[in-house]
Design a protein around this ligand. Structure first.
Ligand code: SF4
Length: 233
């Protein structure tokens, strides 16, 4: 029976993006195809515990005690390296509609069920970490929301997010100043957070007057990682 490498399953509040504040069950699949310098997930590709879809559901139901969350958040690592229709269906039928957080990279196009998985997702949030993005996801998939970390990660430049914002497949747009876990207690963390927030605000203002963006695509929202503020997982 097929198994998925799972890092952790927990319940919390969605702290980022379009579903911020939502009561959610997080399923973090292990491993990532990228190697972002600020994250060690790419080097932990095989550290997750193997679980069948049924075992994931049983574990999740044990956490929720019959009080179903509003949403399942399938995250990672990079969840679309492993997610398939069987897992999506099991989660949706037994727990809640499933939203996906993905880096959206072009290597995801190797997943033969990528399009099917995207189509049954309640919401797809793309947080790009490199310029090389999945054409299946952006050209053939459902509407996606775009969440861009600040400072801009990898080789991404402001011109790249302008081009992404022009895509018809992109719906809502978020600039997310990275919020260090210790930002309240550590002067360096607090300074970093303030700097990231200031840069995000600057980008928001610059994009609002970016002449090549249609007027209705200039409404980027700045949204910090609110779960960090709330000291939640
Ligand atoms: S894409 Fe996300 S999970 Fe993967 S290495 Fe980068 S930050 Fe980590």
């Amino acid at each position: 029976m097929k198994t998925y490498q799972v890092s952790e399953i927990f319940r919390s509040v969605q702290g980022e993006g379009p579903e911020v504040g939502m009561d959610a069950l997080f399923i973090r699949l292990a491993g990532c195809n990228l190697r972002c310098p600020f994250c060690d997930e790419g080097t932990r590709a095989h550290e997750g515990g193997p679980m069948t879809a049924e075992a994931i559901v049983v574990h999740a139901l044990g956490i929720t005690h019959g009080d179903r969350p509003e949403r399942v958040i399938l995250t990672g690592g990079e969840p679309l390296l492993q997610a398939d229709l069987a897992l999506m269906t099991a989660l949706r039928l037994n727990i809640a509609p499933v939203s996906i957080e993905t880096n959206g990279s072009d290597e995801l196009d190797h997943n033969p069920e990528l399009l099917a998985v995207l189509m049954v997702a309640e919401r797809v949030v793309v947080s790009p970490k490199s310029k090389r993005l999945s054409r299946v996801l952006l050209d053939r998939g459902p509407l996606v929301d775009l969440k861009v970390l600040v400072p801009l990660p990898g080789d991404i430049e402001p011109d790249d997010i302008v081009e992404l914002a022009k895509l018809p497949s992109v719906r809502d747009l978020y600039l997310q100043p990275v919020t260090p876990r210790d930002w309240k207690d550590n002067a360096i963390g607090a300074t970093l957070f303030r700097a990231n927030a200031a840069v995000a605000r600057g980008l928001q203002l610059a994009l609002a007057v970016e002449p090549s963006l249609p007027a209705n695509r200039r409404h980027w929202r700045v949204l910090p990682q609110t779960h960090v503020w709330m000291e939640m997982r």
